[in-house]
Design a protein around this ligand. Sequence first.
Ligand code: MRU
Length: 367
Amino acid sequence: MKIDGKAWRTIWLESDGAAIGIIDQTMLPHRFATVRLASLDDAVRAIKTMQVRGAPLIGAAAAYGVWLALRVDASDENLERSYGALLAARPTAINLKWALDQMLAAVRNRPRPERVAAALRRAEEIADEDVAINQAIGRHGLKLIEEIAARKNGARVNVLTHCNAGWLATVDFGTATAPIYLAHDQGLPVHVFADETRPRNQGASLTAWELGHHGVPHTVIPDNTGGHLMQHGMVDLVIVGTDRVTAQGDVCNKIGTYLKALAAADNKVPFYVALPSPTIDFTVSDGLSEIQIEQRGAEEVAHMTGKTSDGRIETVQVVPDGSAVANYAFDVTPARLITGLITERGVLQANREALAAAFPERAKLAP
Ligand code: MRU
């Protein structure tokens, strides 16, 4: 996507071929800064501190991280060590494990002198595949927006989204945003309600920033507003991303997604989840009991960071000294609340049969 007229991806091979470049998402929306990742430790730190985040981008960053590790030492021991260090960096997004397994398969059985080149090749492919997948998700999701636009006779189509499943969460285009960008580019009157998404505010800071740079009309809303908007007919459809989809179609996504699905079901608003196939985890079935939910530090809840009126970036405390806080980063939306899954192979029902039929090569590898 473009920033001030220049095309960017969220992750790239630096021009000297010796490191990876990323956009530092912890600085957005107030500063646009890029960071050079030159080692395994740099890649692990970038994922842990959420300089890169979003399930597909975490996967791509981990893939490049393996390459960075092998450049120093292409032994089996270092391959295993880098796999373990990267896997432990964030627990929920299954794209991380998927990408690491891809890297393992690409290099493990090769002689050491070939491993570094093979790792870079596979990491670049993973990044390119993500872009192609998101473009396909966009084409399938576009039809949903077109249908609503036709029904509304040209009145604006209001899409509500949660967190950031935009191009910043992927290598390019985004998952939930891919249909929105396509619709906008084709001249459809699409408008986005972006949930602010406490505690880290990925909706307010990242989704709003990228939609704004692409010229997509949008409104940032406090997280608790979606239900009210749906009760008053102000949301035509919900599209969210996801960090992991189970074999039976349960969806794990940013905390608060479940409440939006409940409100959508109560108000008969279609609730779609956009996902690339590497986000499907055929090894788990019941999302509620089988997915370990990441708990993050208290400071994300207790503090907020923003720009002061004189342009300084400051962090302030918003809870009393000594209050306990809880920071569950994700929740699980049961398949029964989901209207459809927008994948690169079409819009599917959220159930075991539809997922296995669309992705038989992945389903058959499940235990
Ligand atoms: O904690 P984050 O910012 O990595 O969480 C991201 C989300 O929940 C996204 O909505 C999800 O990863 C889908 S990304 C296309």
